[in-house]
Structures are given as structure tokens and as C-alpha cells.
Design a protein around this ligand. Structure first.
Ligand SMILES: C[S@@+](CC[C@H](N)C(=O)[O-])C[C@H]1O[C@@H](n2cnc3c(N)ncnc32)[C@H](O)[C@@H]1O
Length: 312
């Protein structure tokens, strides 16, 4: 990693400390925190001059904080999401690598050059900003009901045309003016069933409001399916992330609106059931794709675990 003996030794010591604190990605985190302090990419650590004493004091402090299971992203102030580096911190959900699977699916869809896109439960604005960057002529509306999340979303969306809106997506009659005009609705809502066991980084640092979706994890997903049914034009697309134990319920909920066809389960990059997509029909009948086929293994998933994105 580095030819600087003191830095190499400090990273080795930090790795041991973080592993001892139960952090699976100990070396990655130790190197990313050193790179953050040095102001370089992780891959450039070997090329920096031996840091001064002040660096090592600050590095020890950062490693001490990480050993207390403060999320890496709160210490660096940023989270990688697809091609983006987003500002994050206490009070906002840290975007997860598994949501990149939904993003990749969305980016692969054929939409008009100037689509109307809605990102429900936008948090830091991750999906909205990534989609607005890909479709610069799009109208992208990013909705969340939490003021702290919305502050982060506004910051992250600064160089885009994303419209950030404060609203409760479970409230009836939301933005009825969008009726029948939206090309794509994406959502990564709170979906963990109440009582699920979580890693300390998640349980103590992600807002509970961003995590839990009621006893069955479906409390926000069900209203989202109804909202999307009202907003999407015929042929418009819906993609909703869900807990890896609730793929079937999500499919059934979307099907239950009677407004979607081609309802399809998808896995994340780790192979866990992670999101469902569907296409708005003109009429009221929903057809299922992939239902009846054996569902992928439904085991507790990665939202409950710290999952820092590792740069290549
Ligand atoms: C799991 S986070 C996802 C954030 C973002 N979409 C992402 O992928 O990083 C869920 C977000 O939903 C928001 N939220 C929870 N309930 C909501 C509701 N009823 N209406 C609007 N937003 C809600 C939370 O504030 C949180 O920012």
C-alpha cells in the first residue's frame, strides 16, 4: 500500500484496532481514513510524503471514533453512490451499494429525452441526483418528509435541476397534478421490519425513520405503489427497493393496485432479493413476471450491516 514506514505501521495498527472492534472492512477503513486525512484517493497513499506528527494525532482520533462504530461515511463526510460522492452526516441515511442495483436498472431504461422522474424517500438525494445527472433534460422531483435529509438533498442536488420537495409519501392526494404524466418512479423507502437486529453503525447512526417500515416492512411501500399508480403514464415504470425478506409482499402489493404489468423481482449486487420493477398499464389488470418462480434466498440483508463502498 505505502512505502512510508511510519504511515504503513500506523495503518497496520489501526487495522488491528478496527478488526478488534468487530469491523469486517478493517483494512479498507484504515486506509480510507488515512487517505481522507491526507486528501488523496486511497490508491495514491503510496505516493504521498511521510505525514507529520499532527497527521498521526488526528489519524488516531479518527480510528478511535471508527472503533466506536461511528460510520466511516460520517467521519469522512461523504458517501460514494454510483459515479457520485454525496455529502452525508448525522441525521441522514447513508446511501448503500445495494441501491446501486436499482440505479443501474433505471439508467438502462429507455425513457424520453426529457423524462419526468420522481424519487420518493430521497434521503441525501442519491437516486434523484444520479438520475438527473444521467438525464440532464429531465424534470426530477425528490421527495422526503425529514428536514435534515432535505438539507442534505438540497446540497447534493445543487448543481442539478432536481426539485426537492418536503412531503409525506403516505399522505393521500399528494401532488395530484402529476397524475398520468410521470415516466419513472423510484423509491428506496424505510423497509426494515420492526425489531430486526442491526449493526451498531446502522442502529445508532442511521435515523430510525429512514430504516423501519412497520411490523412487516411494508408500511411505506404500500402507499408508494398507490402513488406511483396514480402518477405514472401508461408504460411508465416503477422501481421500489425492499427488505430481502419482503420481495413477495412487494410484488403482491404492486399487483394489488391492479395497475401494473411485468412485475419483476430483482436482486442486488450481492445476489439478495432487493427491488421490484413494474410497468404501468393503461387499464386495471396486473400481470406478474417472476412470481411462481422460486424466489431467491430470503435472508437478512446488508442494510443491517455497515457496507462502505470500497473504491477499486
Ligand atoms: C432508506 S432512506 C433512503 C434514502 C435514499 N433514497 C437512499 O437510497 O439513500 C428512507 C428515507 O425515507 C424518508 N421517509 C421515511 N418515511 C417517509 C414518508 N412517510 N414520507 C417521505 N419520506 C419518508 C426518510 O426520511 C429517509 O430519508
Amino acid at each position: 500500500m505505502t512505502g512510508r514506514p511510519r504511515l504503513r505501521e500506523a495503518i497496520d495498527v489501526a487495522t488491528t484496532a478496527l478488526a478488534g472492534a468487530g469491523i469486517d472492512s478493517a483494512r479498507t477503513d484504515a486506509e480510507l481514513l488515512a487517505a481522507h486525512l491526507a486528501g488523496v484517493d486511497r490508491g495514491r497513499l503510496a505516493a504521498i510524503d511521510e505525514p507529520d506528527a499532527d497527521f498521526f494525532t488526528r489519524y488516531d482520533e479518527l480510528i478511535g471514533s471508527r472503533a466506536l462504530r461511528i460510520p466511516l461515511q460520517h467521519l469522512t463526510g461523504s458517501a460514494a453512490f454510483g459515479p457520485l460522492d454525496l455529502l452525508v452526516g448525522p441525521g441522514v441515511f447513508i446511501p448503500r451499494p445495494e441501491t446501486e442495483a436499482l440505479l443501474e436498472w433505471a439508467l438502462a431504461q429507455r425513457l424520453p429525452e426529457d423524462p419526468v422522474i420522481v424519487d420518493l424517500c430521497t434521503g441525501s438525494g442519491a437516486l434523484a441526483v444520479a438520475l438527473a445527472t444521467h438525464w440532464p433534460l429531465a424534470r426530477v422531483i425528490a421527495i422526503d418528509d425529514d428536514p435534515t435529509a432535505l438539507d442534505y438533498a438540497r446540497h447534493n442536488a445543487e448543481s442539478t435541476t432536481v426539485e426537492v420537495v418536503r412531503a409525506d409519501v403516505t399522505a393521500p392526494g399528494l401532488l395530484t397534478e402529476l397524475s398520468g404524466s410521470v415516466d419513472l418512479v423510484v423509491a428506496n423507502p424505510p423497509y426494515i421490519p420492526t425489531g430486526a437486529e442491526l449493526e451498531p453503525e446502522v442502529a445508532e447512526h442511521d435515523p430510525a425513520h429512514a430504516l423501519f417500515g412497520g411490523a412487516d416492512g411494508m408500511a411505506v411501500i404500500a402507499p408508494i405503489a398507490r402513488l406511483a399508480a396514480g402518477w405514472l403514464r401508461p408504460g411508465g415504470l416503477l422501481a421500489v427497493e425492499h427488505d430481502d425478506t419482503t420481495s413477495r409482499q412487494t410484488i403482491e402489493t404492486i399487483c394489488g393496485t391492479g395497475c401494473f404489468a411485468t412485475i419483476t423481482p430483482h436482486c442486488d449486487l450481492a445476489g439478495r432479493p432487493r427491488f421490484v420493477t413494474a410497468c404501468r398499464t393503461t387499464g386495471g389488470s396486473a400481470r406478474l413476471a417472476g412470481v411462481g418462480a422460486p424466489a431467491p434466498a430470503e435472508a437478512r440483508g446488508s442494510r443491517g450491516r455497515p457496507n462502505p463502498k470500497e473504491p477499486a
